[in-house]
Design a protein around this ligand. Structure first.
Ligand SMILES: Cc1cc2nc3c(=O)[nH]c(=O)nc-3n(C[C@H](O)[C@H](O)[C@H](O)COP(=O)(O)OP(=O)(O)OC[C@H]3O[C@@H](n4cnc5c(N)ncnc54)[C@H](O)[C@@H]3O)c2cc1C
Length: 426
């Protein structure tokens, strides 16, 4: 077995394969160090979110399959926590759920719509519920809160601790992890690296946002950057004002995504999209940092929680996530070539990678299971457009979402820009 990429996808796959088939010889090849990619730098939401909607999953494989995918995502949140505990990984996991605030009438109408839509997919009050103003503010006291949505299916965790701990766990199980070993080409039963060639019955591509660098994959996913800041540890009286007593993760219903968590050491970690997409799907370490985006994140944080005025930002970072053309993550194995893959998680990979790892185990061992019958298995997303269309479309989309939020902040009504322009961008 050869696995390219030592993020969560590659490591979960190695973990479950080594557990189920200890006789397998498994090599994980990593260009940098284990956890170098999005897995070591994300916002730490281990959630039941899947990037494609229930309706699009149902269109792929029918309603029961869409519901099964959601249930598998819920189970994955607990599975991540279970393995972290059983492997002695101190990933600082706290399953406090998620609150998504509604901070304008337009956001409130989206929240209501989302809960009504969830009910049509057999998702009851125990799965997702609408909160009134007071109930929402008891969890998270942000300015302008009119209500929100709460779901218990999310754990806050420390992603770098989890991914490094997982790398150690797979090595304990006899997996060979080769860091500083970039795959220069991936083909059927063969991976080439500058240090030598690996021959294997199965080769798994687990390279997510870095995938466009591989020959033949320039348009498989686009790398879109998400950036994050972390405050210094906050005093108990500040937390008494803000809330998040059970380390609930949080967001609101704006168009351009924001996300936050209270860490185990009482910092506020807060991230968002909005950094530009780079022409030709380029990925560079310098893109991880964008001072304008960091400043915007800090300003948004102060707008949400004025009590944070004067609080220092101790860390700031970012990284590329992978977006497929139809926003539907997928996992699969081509039996003819032995090539497997998983990815396209958009911003929902912390738990989905775990489901991918268990699914790749079953596919590679040839087991027909509930997991191998889920609708995302074997799904092939269309290719992205060639440049310059890709650059124009993605950056126009990012701009539109930013404008739509500004419009809603001004009018309080659902954005006309979002309704008219977004469908034109596809
Ligand atoms: C800033 C940020 C915040 C996020 N927040 C969240 C969140 O809160 N919740 C959530 O669920 N998801 C979040 N995500 C998404 C989530 O982190 C990813 O979906 C997930 O980590 C993907 O894991 P992966 O193993 O597939 O990819 P990665 O972790 O990116 O790993 C890919 C690995 O492959 C290696 N690699 C690439 N090319 C080669 C090659 N040719 N040879 C060898 N190795 C190679 C890379 O060095 C890298 O280590 C976030 C992402 C970012 C960037």
């Amino acid at each position: 077995m050869a696995i390219v990429g030592a993020g969560f996808t590659g490591l979960w796959t190695a973990y479950y394969l080594a557990e189920a088939a200890p006789h397998l010889r498994i090599a994980v090849l990593e260009a940098e160090v284990a956890g170098y990619g999005a897995s070591g730098r994300n916002g730490g939401w281990c959630s039941a979110l899947f990037p494609a909607s229930m309706a699009s999953l149902a269109a792929l494989a029918g309603r029961p399959a869409a519901i099964a995918q959601h249930r598998s995502m819920q189970a994955s949140v607990d599975e991540v926590a279970r393995v972290a505990a059983s492997e002695g990984i101190d990933a600082q996991v706290a399953k406090g759920g998620t609150i998504v605030l509604a901070r304008s009438p337009a956001q409130l109408s989206r929240a209501r719509h989302e809960v009504a839509e969830a009910r049509t997919w057999d998702r009851d009050e125990s799965d997702v519920r609408l909160l009134g103003r007071d109930a929402a503010r008891r969890i998270l006291n942000a300015t302008g809160t009119l209500g929100g949505i709460y779901t218990p299916d999310c754990a806050a965790l420390h992603p770098a601790r989890l991914v490094r701990g997982l790398a150690e766990a797979v090595e304990r199980r006899g997996v060979h992890l080769f860091e500083a070993t970039p795959a220069t080409s991936i083909g059927p039963r063969l991976v080439r690296t500058p240090h030598g060639t690996v021959r294997a019955d199965h080769v798994v591509r687990a390279t997510e946002g870095y995938t466009p660098r591989l020959a033949g994959h320039a348009r498989t996913v686009v790398p879109v950057y998400s950036l994050v800041i972390a405050t210094e540890p906050l005093a108990p009286e500040v937390w008494a004002e803000i809330g998040l007593g059970r380390r609930e993760t949080f967001s609101d219903h704006r168009h351009l995504i924001i996300y936050g968590q209270r860490t185990a050491d009482d910092r506020l970690v807060f991230g968002g999209r909005g950094a530009p997409y780079h022409f030709g799907s380029r990925v560079r370490p310098s893109y991880d940092r964008d001072e304008r985006v960091f400043a915007r994140l800090y300003a948004t944080l102060l707008e949400l929680f004025p009590v944070l005025r004067g609080t220092a930002v101790s860390h700031a970072w970012g990284g590329p996530l992978g977006i497929p053309r139809d926003w539907c993550a997928s996992v699969g194995l081509d039996r003819a070539t032995g090539l497997g893959w998983a990815g396209g998680y958009v911003g929902d990979g912390v738990s989905t990678t775990n489901l991918a790892g268990r699914t790749l185990r079953d596919l590679i061992l040839g087991d027909d299971t509930e997991l191998t019958r889920l609708p995302w298995v074997g799904h092939r997303s269309p290719m992205w457009e060639p440049e310059p269309l890709r650059w124009l479309g993605i950056n126009a989309g990012l701009r539109t979402m930013g404008l739509a939020d500004a419009e809603e902040a001004l009018t309080g009504r659902p954005s006309i820009v979002a309704r008219v322009v977004a469908p034109l961008l596809g």
